[in-house]
Design a binder for this molecule. Sequence first.
Ligand SMILES: *Cc1c(COP(=O)(O)O)cnc(C)c1O
Length: 409
Amino acid sequence: MTAPTPQPFASPEIPDAQGRFGLFGGRYVPETLWFPLQQLEEEYFRAQQDPEFQKELSYYLREFVGRPTRLYLAERLTKELGGAKIYLKREDLLHTGAHKINNALGQALIAKRMGKTRVIGETGAGQHGVATATVAAMFGLQCVIYMGAVDCERQALNVYRMKMLGAEVVPVKAGQRTLKEAVNEAMRDWVTHVRSTHYILGTAYGAHPYPLMVRNFHRIIGDEARQQILEKEGRLPDLLLACVGGGSNAIGLFYPFLNDPSVRMCGVEAGGLGILPEQHAARFHGGSLGVLQGTRSYILQDTFGQIQSTHSVSAGLDYAAVGPEHAWLHDQGRVEYAYATDDKALEAFMRLARLEGIIPALESAHAVAECIERAPKMSKDEIIIVNLSGRGDKDVAQVASKIGLQMPT
Ligand SMILES: *Cc1c(COP(=O)(O)O)cnc(C)c1O
């Protein structure tokens, strides 16, 4: 018997028609959400095939969002670490300051096609909320953002931004008062107002077709990076690094390289205070198979299947589950998943600021931390691309208090 031909990792069969990535993904929702998801899936696939939609999307990505972003050689970081050559994919330079707007824009265009007049979203660090409020303002859509009460406090700047953009921000006071509870509220709102409303989910997570659709709106990160590195170096990179919350910026960078066996990839989760129960958000280091908020994936849960609380210095990585495509890539052994602790992320945050003149988002600093670990062990003719998913303006007050920075008097 001949061995079956291995399936390419990026293929039209993945996810399958039910939205499954092997054991992961799917559509685990109450009946009331089945129909809107079905409708969304059909409209999304129609849009994808429609040259007018693609043209409109490209137009706004270029003219409003600021694509393409640069692939920037981090000269001083490379020199100081003394190993692989380090490039930064500058998603931090996008309008609103993070990759999130690639997806928010795409989904807002889908909402318009469906004749929806209202969009809702959940947000952790507030970046997805800001991106959603921004595109809603731009297209004249009503906008409501659900945000955990704890996150509202630690990301106050983004709450002000959303309000200035005309969005209503609803602080969610249930449970741990962070992202998971905000998603619950958004789903509740969607069920109630489904005729007028599209739910702009902010990461490569949730019920089918969200993980597929969000990945496709972000794959432009990897498509550009691939072309840019070929122009600059005449070859593919050896290692890709990206932080993983729900997994959207990481899958966006990784996806176009999945079928290139020479390109290694590593997703970096939030190690928080260390890998002890409820002290981190590293789903591949303590999580197990389960269902949460519409999909099947690796989840931080107790033996009764109750969702465990999580901790990370970065609100954007502080979530108990990971996108199903990452779970699949993990189990296939195609992508490796590491974690960076709060301390390492803070150190990386300061190091990038001082060495490169770039203040990264705390989320992105997790990817930089992994780069700091690995680059010195690699040879000088190897290449790393780090996805700089966002800029750190939203985090400066928090970091200042952590490192004891005082205002000059
Ligand atoms: C939201 C966010 C993340 C985490 O979300 P993913 O879906 O895993 O990308 C990472 N970086 C920044 C800057 C973010 O705003």
